[in-house]
Write a protein that binds this ligand. Structure first.
Ligand code: ATP
Length: 314
């Protein structure tokens, strides 16, 4: 196993013809969740990934597990419980005004507990991927995150943390406290600029890099949307520009694609800058297709995209 991740995936409904729900009578149904998005991204790039979660004993839960299994992700640790599978709606007014409505309170995945994360399973992995969404779901989910990180540290599994700030899920005060607590236990951190600002009240990217490093991280990658990504580790910092995208169709999921691309680069032992080029490419490719995971490339699509870009530059 290369990577293990855990968290909530929901059935995702989006108005078939775009726009707001008020006017929609038919919807496309997909599945989306930051952790399974990353798992699917890694699997498409040829890595072995496990996703731990809980789903409801309902049709959406069954469909979700079948879908994620079908993408080649190991779902052997997913449990079916007597609570509903969470759902959410995504309204795209335009690419810079995307609205998300959650119906996930008391969901199956919010009942995750420490007992759902088996040491034997985590110990098989090289990386444990954690997001800041899971600890916001419930007290037991928060405890599960801390437990999994403690175990990973004991076993020597590298922890990668994407803060994925979701202000709708908790108070700002609690979010800041818990996310900083997790930052201090992580090896590699993948925040966006806005998340760095939220956590440290600071907008200068170099200063943010230093703040994250002084909180205990070994490597910090700060995502800067259409600009690209900055990296910071002890004694080194740099920037890798994003790819030009002609038209952004759906920006949601770019960060998860970016994480998948970056972790894939680490697994293939690329340099940080080459891993970030792969991350930027996957992030850009995700924005060009509607849905959280539909734009994630397989290895050939990624190579074609990178080749195409080189040819454009020449
Ligand atoms: P998410 O909406 O998935 O939470 P995020 O806020 O975590 O995303 P972004 O900074 O928006 O992450 O995007 C992640 C990466 O995806 C960027 O660093 C960049 O590489 C790529 N990306 C995002 N938007 C664009 C764009 N418009 N053009 C090119 N690349 C993009």
């Amino acid at each position: 196993m290369d990577v293990i991740t855990f968290g909530e995936t929901m059935a995702l409904f989006a108005p078939e013809n775009g726009g707001l729900m008020k006017y929609a009578s038919s919807y496309n149904r997909k599945f989306g969740g930051a952790e399974s998005n990353v798992a699917i991204g890694l699997s498409r790039l040829g890595h072995n990934v496990g996703w731990i979660s809980k789903v409801g004993n309902d049709e959406l839960g069954k469909g979700m597990v079948a879908f994620i299994r079908g993408e080649g992700v190991d779902v052997s640790q997913v449990k079916v419980v007597e609570a509903p599978t969470g759902i959410y709606f995504k309204e795209i007014r335009n690419h810079s005004d995307v609205r998300v409505q959650y119906y996930r309170h008391g969901s199956a995945a919010s009942t995750l507990t420490k007992a759902d994360i088996l040491d034997e399973y985590v110990s098989q992995a090289k990386y444990l991927h954690i997001t800041g969404i899971t600890p916001a779901l419930s007290d037991s989910c928060y405890e599960t995150v801390l437990h999994a990180m403690k175990k990973a540290k004991e076993i020597g599994v590298t922890i990668i943390f994407d803060p994925n700030l979701r202000k709708k899920l908790w108070s700002e005060e609690k979010a800041r406290k818990v996310l900083l607590e997790i930052v201090s236990q992580s090896d590699i951190i993948l925040p966006g600029v806005a998340e760095g600002e939220f956590l440290f009240g600071e907008s200068d990217i170099s200063t943010l890099g230093d703040k994250f490093l002084s909180h205990g991280a070994k490597l910090v990658i700060i995502k800067d949307g259409a600009n690209g990504a900055h990296y910071f580790n002890e004694g080194e910092e740099g920037f890798v520009p994003a790819f030009k995208v002609e038209q952004v169709i759906d920006p949601v999921g770019a960060g998860d694609g970016f994480a998948a691309g970056f972790i894939s680069g680490l697994l293939d032992q690329l340099s940080i800058t080459d891993a970030l080029t792969r991350a930027n490419a996957v992030g850009a490719m995700v924005t060009q297709v509607s849905g959280d995971v539909e734009g994630l490339p397989d290895q050939n699509e990624l190579l074609d995209f990178l080749k195409q870009d080189n040819e454009d530059v020449k």
